[in-house]
Design a protein around this ligand. Structure first.
Ligand SMILES: [Zn+2]
Length: 265
């Protein structure tokens, strides 16, 4: 399996990162994408990718940190994005739930980083909370600019992923048509979460799995620190919901991640 979205660069993992990755390996996790949230964490992601064979990096400014992104930072991000094992720009997007950065600033940072990804022909990892329409509008414009999936710009078959996707089947269909994958995280294991229904209607060839660790810990470990090994619990729940063997979920989501991020698996 591939854990397509983690934050193992966080200090919370400083004491036992080796063991965390060992447990992941033991659980069958063959690759982990560590996703930056600002310049420092993006640098850390690149550093970890250089240290651990199974770790790959994404670099970007999270919408929460958008207000701190200067033009200089964008330039440094662009340099970082050219480092070995950087497989995506992320996480970028809009968060109108917490609004930790002003909305216009979030939109501006999102658009600038999408342009960066386009220039470098890298896929994007998108965070969207309480901003479904705005994100859809911006990504539609971006995908059109690329010339669609496999378009003239030489972009790949898939152009990005909506991480921890929470939209309905209509919205998932729109994103799929644009060339996006949709990723399911720990909330699929929570009772009363709508995530089961979402996990059921996304075609297997458009699905990714993730932990978003240390956040969103799946049942039965909810409340504890999350880690990449727990991505198996996400895969198991999806297989239960869809009535397919968990091997099948693992195979598809691994192939999808390998294709999107060009992982040498
Ligand atoms: Zn995240």
């Amino acid at each position: 399996m591939v854990d397509s979205h983690t934050h193992i660069d966080m200090r919370l993992f400083n004491k036992d990162r080796d063991r965390v990755l060992e447990r992941a390996r033991g659980a069958g996790v063959v690759a982990v994408v560590d996703v930056g949230c600002d310049l420092d964490s993006s640098r850390e992601a690149v550093r970890l990718a250089a240290m651990y064979p199974e770790v790959f990096a994404a670099v970007g400014f999270h919408p929460h940190s958008a207000a701190r992104m200067s033009d200089d930072d964008l330039e440094r991000l662009s340099e970082l994005a050219r480092q070995p094992k950087v497989v995506a720009i992320g996480e970028i997007g809009l968060d109108f739930y917490r609004n930790l950065s002003p909305r216009e600033t979030q939109v501006d940072a999102f658009k600038k980083q999408l342009a960066l990804a386009r220039g470098l022909k890298l896929p994007v990892i998108v965070h969207c909370r309480d901003a479904q329409e705005e994100v859809l509008g911006i990504l539609t414009g971006w995908a059109d600019g690329i010339g669609g999936v496999g378009g003239a710009d030489g972009m790949r078959e898939s152009i990005g992923v909506l991480h921890c996707f929470s939209g309905d089947s209509e919205l998932s269909q729109r994103y799929i048509e644009m060339g996006f994958l949709l990723s399911i995280a720990g909330p699929v294991t929570y009772p009363s979460s709508g995530a089961c229904e979402i996990a059921n209607h996304i075609p297997l060839d458009r699905l990714l799995i993730e932990t978003d660790c240390p956040y969103l810990t799946p049942q039965p470990y909810r409340g504890k620190r999350n880690e990449p090994a727990n991505v198996t619990l996400v895969a198991e729940k999806i297989s239960e919901v869809r009535g397919v063997p968990s091997d099948v979920v693992a195979e598809h989501t691994t192939a999808n991640a390998a294709q999107l991020f060009r992982l040498p698996l």
